[in-house]
Ligand binder design. Structure first.
Ligand code: PEP
Ligand code: MG
Length: 757
């Protein structure tokens, strides 16, 4: 598998395979750790024909200590320490990738340490010793003469670094004295701050998403066997990716197809496979070969800034992980194990990933990526999980099993907290449980204001499990059922039967309570599994939601048919998302009528009654829905999207999240105007965005005249309590006065007014 253009190795250098065999015997010799490290540096120096080989390990304070050397002065061992960014060792560590330098003393990062006697060495090759993508040390070789280390040298040195990472980790876990000061795993308390995306508080052990399968054995017992295993696993992986491709290209073609195709190309990339086979032929087990590639990709990913490159490195790392699972005979399963009470930490998580964890008993979520899709947020909220996003580099400072506190109210994460902080949070958790008990006590009481106005409180749902929360939430029904979640979680497009059965289960659970099914709202931030994004410049302004559904009548009609059949003999309430023009609503309704006619013609029973509504999510429709008088039965305002389009402020951007308040008085006047025009048409209008689940905002909506609110299940208790304490007529006059003021501080004034209550 060696490419023909590879330069010849120095005449005296030892072939990687021989080196691996020697390394393997050295590790099996039963020497002390210091003895083995000394053995490694001497073996590497000889094999590389290098004048120096040294190992540095990271200490608790971030410095690097020289722990073994061949060629530098012996007295420097355990004496020479370099600050975390100091010298070429610091450069390897901070970049987390190999550095191949031919004129080391002239390099701007060269740091002279007289005690090591280092100055005459000209060439330097250093590679990081990585554990879960974190640099725990550096392995370096140096030569007096100017020498060009080639690709193969670099790969061999990286493989040795991988073996060292394992040795050092195992020793440290067994409490080795020799590693007393070495920071193999992060263990200091750390506080990180991110963006609070779903409120709540949790304490528990961390579980890192995408569990890394550590290779069971490092060295190949029989190279031919390992090659056969690797070949088989690669074939299995490729056919998995090919099948996934075939199953998902329709109906999403074009851009989405390109993204899947890129993933497929990477899976079939001969250079990736060649590197793996090269590693195996040098004496590594198939798992260790893949693990080496994965470490490299992960380390590069942690430093990559460019989003396209990051995506590709994610793909590669994903393929490495999948291949490792295939080799261990567990190719499919990802997240289905039990993680009861764990805090899930991930770089990023699509809604589908999160749904895979739904039965895992998670307590909270922390994400590294800033570009948190709001549907991961909505899913987390539906599951009642605190979620903090935009916590850069958390993956580098935690490990599975570390204890953490996630404060979803403030966005703080305390990793490995001190006992006194744990005690403080224990108290907060206790008072929170007390509040939950208070909400439970009013669960079966109606949401009626002090002056007798009834506000109907419904919940938002979209997953089987959140429908199950209906009784516990105290909601009177489901005011927004996000049907796309079923699509987002499946590997393949749900069939007519799967959709029908799912909707049937939902209406069965709801019994006689209303369920407002919202038709497919795909695109934008809700991307089908394995398609990533549509790669439009502005997906939120692009081919999404009803626009997409109308352009895919086969897909859309199948859903409408499933809805008609699932609610046969009952009332079907269906609403269309992101309607922009009255004409779009008419077209969608026409398709629904066709499906009803089709069911009748083919002898299927149909719903007893059908209510057809639309979501107001675009300013254009907010200003034109009244043209549908007599054609539409109800309206529901999606404040998440309406707010985003009203202010031209991306709902997913953390820079925008606090910029324009829902309580902005122009926006409130807009909502009030919508409510008035709907009243004039004689049709009900509700609010179903996340804001309805915020007690202060829910009170404002009630003051604006809205009598039906739909919200995440966790919001129903707090909103019910707020509504039951509200006196609309008493507050109404002051509210109107504040609303008509032309002050820039209006939202603060409103909040003060509401806090008085
Ligand atoms: C909304 O936009 O407010 C809404 C309820 O729809 P979604 O959040 O699913 O886009
Ligand atoms: Mg919306």
């Amino acid at each position: 598998m060696t490419p023909p253009d590879r330069p010849p190795r120095p005449a005296t250098a030892v072939a990687p395979r021989v080196l691996m065999t020697r390394l393997r015997s050295l590790m099996a010799e039963g020497r002390s750790l210091d003895g083995r490290l000394a053995g490694v540096v001497s073996l590497v120096a000889r094999s590389f024909v290098a004048d120096v080989c040294s190992i540095y390990l990271r200490l608790e304070n971030g410095d690097f200590e020289l722990v073994a050397t061949e060629g530098l002065k012996a007295e420097a061992v355990k004496n020479t320490r370099l600050a975390r960014n100091e010298g070429l060792i610091g450069l390897v560590a901070s970049e987390a990738r190999p550095q191949n330098i031919q004129n080391a003393p002239h390099h701007p990062r060269f740091s002279y340490r007289p005690e090591t006697g280092e100055d005459p060495y000209t060439s330097f090759l250093g590679v990081p010793i990585l554990r879960f993508g974190r640099v725990i040390g550096v392995l370096a070789v140096q030569n007096i003469v100017s020498r060009v280390y080639d690709e193969e040298d670099m790969e061999t040195l990286q493989t040795i670094a991988m073996v060292l990472a394992e040795v050092v980790t195992t020793e440290s876990q067994s409490g080795s004295e020799e590693l007393a000061d070495v920071a193999v795993r992060p263990n200091r308390p750390i506080e990180l701050i991110g963006q609070s995306l779903s409120e709540g508080l949790a304490m528990g052990p961390i579980h890192l998403h995408d569990p890394v399968v550590a290779p069971a054995q490092f060295f190949a017992r029989d190279i031919n066997d390992e090659e056969v295993r690797l070949k088989k696993a690669l074939e299995q992986l490729r056919s998995f990716v090919d099948t996934m491709m075939v199953q998902n290209i329709s109906p999403l073609a074009g851009e989405s197809r390109d993204i899947l195709e890129t993933y497929r190309m990477l899976a079939h990339d001969p250079s990736w496979a060649n590197r793996l086979f090269d590693a195996v032929s040098s004496g590594l087990s198939a798992e260790a070969a893949v693990d080496r590639a994965r470490r490299e990709h992960r380390a590069r990913l942690q430093n990559a800034k460019d989003s396209y490159l990051r995506d590709r490195l994610h793909d590669l790392e994903d393929l490495d992980n999948r291949l490792l699972r295939m080799l261990s005979g567990n190719g499919e399963g990802i997240a289905s194990q039990d993680h009861d009470g764990a805090i899930l930490v991930a770089r990023r998580l699509g809604p589908a990933d999160l749904l895979e964890y739904r039965n895992a008993g998670l307590k909270a979520l922390v994400l590294e990526d800033e570009s948190t899709t709001s549907h991961a947020v909505i899913v987390a909220r539906a599951l009642g999980l605190p979620l903090i996003g935009g916590v850069g580099r958390i993956m580098a400072v935690v490990e599975t099993g570390d204890e953490a506190i996630v404060d979803g109210d403030t966005g703080h994460i305390h990793i490995r907290p001190e006992p006194d902080l744990v005690a403080v949070y224990r108290d907060r958790l206790a008072s929170r449980s007390q509040r939950l008990a208070e909400f439970a006590a009013i669960r079966d009481l109606p949401a009626v204001t002090q002056d007798g106005v009834k506000i109907e409180l419904l919940m938002n749902a979209g997953l089987g499990i959140d429908v199950g929360n209906l009784d516990a939430s105290g909601a009177e029904g489901i005011g927004l059922f996000r049907t796309e979640f079923q699509f987002l979680v499946s590997e393949t497009l749900p069939s007519l039967t799967e959709q029908r059965e799912f909707y049937q289960r939902v209406v069965d659970i709801a019994e006689d309570r209303p369920v407002l099914f919202r038709t497919l709202d795909l695109g934008g931030d809700k991307i089908l599994r394995n398609t990533r994004h549509n790669r439009e410049e502005n997906p939120a302004l692009g081919w999404r939601s009803l626009r997409f559904a109308l352009d895919k009548p086969g897909l859309f009609r199948r859903q409408l048919r499933a809805l008609c059949q699932a609610t046969a003999g009952r009332t079907l309430c269906v609403m269309f998302p992101l309607v922009t023009t009255p004409e779009e609503f008419r077209k969608a309704r026409e398709l629904l009528n066709k499906e009803v006619a089709w069911c009748e013609k083919h002898g299927h029973s149909t719903p007893q009654k059908i209510h057809v509504g639309a979501m107001i999510e675009t300013p254009a429709f907010a200003l034109s829905f009244h043209e549908l008088k007599g054609e539409i039965d109800f309206l529901s305002i999606g404040t998440n999207d309406l707010h985003q389009y009203f202010f031209a402020a991306d709902r997913d951007s953390r820079f925008m999240s606090d910029r324009y308040s829902i309580l902005n008085h122009t926006f409130l006047l807009f909502l009030k105007d919508i409510r008035k025009r709907a009243d004039e048409m004689g049709i009900p209008v509700s609010i179903c965005g996340e804001a309805a689940g915020n007690p202060a905002m829910a009170k404002v909506f009630a003051l604006l005249g809205f009598r039906r609110l739909s919200m995440p299940a966790t919001g129903v208790g707090p909103v019910k309590r707020a509504i039951r304490n509200l006196n609309l007529s008493e507050l109404g006059v002051r509210f109107e006065a504040v609303l008509s003021e032309n002050s820039s501080d209006i939202d603060k004034d409103l909040l003060n007014l509401l806090q008085d209550v």
